[in-house]
Design a protein. Sequence first.
Length: 196
Amino acid sequence: VVLLGLLCLFLLIGFITVDQLLTSYNNLTTEREQLLTSYNNKVKERDQLQTRFEDMTKNRDNLQRKLQDCRENWVAFSDSLYQVSSEKKSWEESRQDCLQKGAHLMIINRREEQVCNFVNQFKKSLWIGLTDSETDGRWKWVDGTRMTTSYWNRGEPNGGRTENCGQIKVYDSQNSWNDETCSDKHFWICEKRISP
């Protein structure tokens, strides 16, 4: 009987121990799952921070390039940067120079660019991105858009088939456009839009 009582006692202790171990195991399993969930959340957060860091790095690099452009004789006006050449070239050579700089010959599509004495401050006759070389009399900008507003000087355009490129001559701030032979050599003005 004593032996049976001891056996029952050991069996009871064993069940209690197994129950405690099972409870401890379940608690550890729950804790492990919580830690795994927390780890996965931290990994997602890290990945989001990495993506945000990369985006901010790209943004910083773009701003540094724009700042460098400003330092290289570019003039900021409205939402564009402008650079006037220091040498003279044909209209097409001028256009190519602007393209190599990530810009284009100036497109005057805002009144402020023309009438706020912005262009006249340079005191030079300048090629702009205007041509009717495809169809005589149909003036287009270098981006392919049609000219909708014009600031031709009195009597201009007057060149017919021989003067197919647009130029700003310093007449006055309102009407200073002139049509010119594209192979003539003139200074030019490049425009680069500042994107947000």
